[in-house]
Design a protein around this ligand. Structure first.
Ligand SMILES: NC(=O)c1ccc[n+]([C@@H]2O[C@H](COP(=O)([O-])OP(=O)(O)OC[C@H]3O[C@@H](n4cnc5c(N)ncnc54)[C@H](OP(=O)(O)O)[C@@H]3O)[C@@H](O)[C@H]2O)c1
Length: 292
C-alpha cells in the first residue's frame, strides 16, 4: 500500500508517498481502507520538528474510510467509519491506504456527508467538544472563541450555540467575519482592541492570542494553542483525547443538520506537499482534505 512517510524533519519537501507493507491488525483492531484525511496543524508541526514519534514514520490524525476487516460486531466489512488517531502518542498515522486502529476509536461516519467531508471532523471536532466541556458553558454564559474561523474554533462556535450559549468570535482577518456569523456568533471582530473589557464568562482560545483583558473577573480561560497561557487565575490548556463517544456526538449533530463542516480544498495524496504548503499559508475558511 501507499503511505505518506517522512524520514527526516523539515519542510513539505520531506513528505514522500511510497509503498510500505500492509498493516497487520492486532487483537481488537479494525482494518480501514482510507478514503480521505484532513490536515491539522499538528501534522505540519510533527513534520517540521521532532515531537516524539520515531522516524521513518507515517503522519496523519484524521481518518474517514471503509472497514475491510473487523473482529467487532459493531463494525461490519463495508461500513463507513471515521476515527481520530493520536499519532503523536502512538505513531499510528492515518495517511496510508490501509490503517489499523483499535475498535474503540471508531465511529460510524455521518450519513449526510461524503467521506471526504467527514474526514474534517475527527481531530478538530473532538478538540472542540472536549475544550468546551472543560469550560462548562451554560445557557447565559457569554463565551469568546478566538480563531473562530479555524477548524476547532468554527466547530466550537457552532457547538456552543447548540447549547444556547451566547458566543462572540475573534478572527484573524475581516474576510472571515461573515462565516463566523453564519456559525451563529453574535459579535465578531478581527481586532483584539475592539473586544469589550471584562465582558466574557469564558474564553476558548484556539489562536494563541492573549485576550485575557476581555475576561470577566472569575471567568474561565481554556486554550488549545501551543502558546503560553496568559496570567489568569485557573487558566488551563485542554489536550485532545481519543473518544468515540465524542465522535458519535458530532456525527449525530451533523446528521441532524445542526453542525456544518467546511472544506477549502481537496488534494490527491500524491500532491500532499502542495496541500501542506496551502495549509501553512493560512487564511483558509475550511479544511484541507487529502484524498486517497
Ligand atoms: N491541544 C490540543 O489537543 C489541540 C488539538 C487540536 C488543535 N490544537 C491547536 O489548536 C490550534 C488551532 O487548531 P485548528 O485546527 O483550529 O487550526 P486552524 O484551522 O489553522 O485555525 C486557526 C485559526 O486561528 C486564526 N488566527 C491566527 N492568529 C490569530 C489571531 N491573532 N487572532 C485571531 N485569529 C487568529 C487563523 O487564521 P489565519 O489562517 O488567517 O491565520 C485560523 O483561522 C493549533 O495551534 C493547533 O495545533 C491543539
Amino acid at each position: 500500500m501507499r503511505a505518506v512517510r517522512i524520514d527526516v524533519h523539515g519542510g513539505p519537501e520531506v513528505l514522500t508517498v511510497r509503498e510500505v507493507d500492509d498493516p497487520e491488525p492486532g487483537a481488537g483492531e479494525v482494518l480501514v481502507r482510507t478514503v480521505a484525511s484532513s490536515l491539522n496543524p499538528v501534522d505540519w508541526k510533527t513534520r517540521a520538528r521532532d515531537m516524539g514519534p520515531a522516524l521513518p514514520g507515517t503522519l496523519g490524525w484524521d481518518l474517514a474510510g471503509i472497514v475491510v476487516a473487523s473482529p467487532s460486531p459493531k463494525f461490519a466489512v463495508g461500513d463507513r467509519v471515521i476515527a481520530m488517531s493520536a499519532q503523536l502518542a502512538t505513531g499510528l498515522g492515518t495517511w496510508a491506504e490501509l490503517v489499523r486502529l483499535p475498535e474503540r476509536l471508531l465511529a460510524h461516519a455521518p450519513a449526510t456527508l461524503t467521506l471526504a467531508q467527514a474526514a474534517t471532523l475527527p481531530l478538530a471536532g473532538t478538540t472542540a467538544v472536549q475544550a468546551l466541556a472543560a469550560l462548562r458553558p451554560r445557557t447565559r454564559t457569554r463565551l469568546l472563541v478566538t480563531g473562530a474561523a479555524g477548524a476547532v474554533g468554527g466547530l466550537a462556535v457552532q457547538l456552543a450555540r447548540q447549547a444556547d450559549v451566547a458566543v462572540d468570535g475573534l478572527v484573524s482577518r475581516p474576510e472571515h467575519i461573515e462565516v463566523v456569523r453564519e456559525f451563529g456568533a453574535s459579535a465578531v471582530t478581527h481586532s483584539v482592541a475592539e473586544l469589550p473589557a471584562g465582558a466574557y464568562d469564558a474564553v476558548l482560545d484556539t489562536a494563541g492570542v492573549d485576550v485575557s483583558s476581555a475576561l470577566a473577573d472569575g471567568g474561565l480561560y481554556v486554550s488549545v494553542s501551543d502558546e503560553p497561557l496568559p496570567d489568569v487565575p485557573g487558566a488551563a490548556k485542554s489536550y485532545v483525547q481519543e473518544s468515540s463517544e465524542d465522535l458519535e456526538e458530532l456525527v449525530g449533530l451533523v446528521d441532524a443538520g445542526r453542525l456544518e463542516v467546511r472544506v477549502a480544498a481537496y488534494y490527491p495524496v500524491t500532491e500532499v506537499r502542495a496541500a501542506h504548503e496551502r495549509f501553512e499559508a493560512g487564511g483558509l475558511s475550511g479544511k484541507v482534505v487529502l484524498l486517497f
